[in-house]
Design a protein around this ligand. Structure first.
Ligand code: E4P
Length: 218
C-alpha cells in the first residue's frame, strides 16, 4: 500500500519525506488556503521534495476552464497529478487530460457509482472520502470495499483506489485489508501509526537492562 500525505505544509512534508515512507502528496483548495501561500509556489516546492505524485486541484467548475487550469498545473513539474472534482465537467476534464497522458485524481467521491464513472473516464486515482461519510452516519469503509470489488471485476479498469478523508490508523489498516492501493494521511495520522505503548515500554526495559551491562556496541 502506498502512503501519501494530505497537507500543503511544505515543512511538514520535508520532515515526513525524511522517513523514506512517503509515496506522494495530496492537496486541496482548503489545505492551500490554510498554508496562506500561492498555489503555484507551494506545488512546485512539494514536487521538488517528493518523487511520487503530487495532487494539485483545479478550482474552476466549468470544463474549458478546468482543462486550462489542469494543463497549467501539470506544467509545474513532471510529478503533478491534476485533481478534479467528481462532477460531469470534472469527468469530461479527466477524460481529456488522461488521454493527453496527464495523471488525474478524481476527488470528492462518495458512491461506488461515481467511482465507476471516474474509472471509465481514465482516472489514475479515485479519492473516496471515508471520514466525511462516517461523519454523516454512513460507513466510509463499506464504500472502499465496494469500489475495490468493482475495480477487481474489470481488469481493464486501471484506476487506483486512494482512500481519502482518513481520520485514524484504523481506517488505514481496514483499507489495507481490502487491498486499497493508496491512503492519503493527515500528518498526525501517519505519526500515530508509529506508536504503540508496548513498544515504548519494551524499549525502556531493554535500555535499562543494557545500561546495567556497561557495554557499548560502537
Ligand atoms: C483528499 O485528497 C482530501 O484532500 C482529504 O483527504 C480530505 O479530507 P478531510 O475530510 O479531512 O478534509
Amino acid at each position: 500500500m502506498k502512503f501519501f500525505v494530505d497537507t500543503a505544509d511544505v515543512k511538514e512534508i520535508q520532515d515526513l519525506a525524511a522517513t523514506g515512507l512517503l509515496d506522494g502528496v495530496t492537496t486541496n483548495p482548503s489545505l492551500i488556503a490554510k498554508s496562506g501561500r500561492p498555489i503555484l509556489d507551494v506545488i512546485k516546492e512539494i514536487c521538488a521534495i517528493v518523487d511520487g505524485p503530487v495532487s494539485a486541484e483545479v478550482t474552476a467548475t466549468e470544463h474549458k476552464a478546468m482543462l486550462e487550469e489542469g494543463r497549467k498545473l501539470a506544467k509545474l513539474a513532471k510529478n503533478v497529478c491534476v485533481k478534479v472534482p467528481l462532477t460531469v465537467d470534472g469527468l469530461k476534464t479527466c477524460k481529456v487530460l488522461s488521454s493527453d497522458g496527464i495523471p488525474v485524481n478524481v476527488t470528492l467521491c462518495f458512491s461506488a457509482a461515481q467511482a465507476l464513472l471516474a474509472a471509465k473516464a481514465g482516472a489514475t486515482f479515485i479519492s473516496p472520502f471515508v471520514g466525511r461519510l462516517d461523519d454523516i452516519g454512513q460507513d466510509g469503509m463499506e464504500l472502499i470495499a465496494d469500489i475495490c470489488q468493482i475495480y477487481e471485476n474489470y481488469a481493464a479498469l486501471k484506476t487506483e483506489v486512494l482512500v481519502a478523508s482518513v481520520r485514524h490508523p484504523v481506517h488505514v489498516v481496514a483499507a489495507a485489508k481490502m487491498g486499497a492501493h493508496v491512503a492519503t494521511l493527515p500528518p498526525n495520522v501517519l505519526k500515530q501509526m508509529f506508536n504503540h505503548p508496548l513498544t515504548d515500554k519494551g524499549l525502556a526495559a531493554f535500555l535499562a537492562d543494557w545500561a546495567k551491562t556497561g557495554q557499548s556496541i560502537l
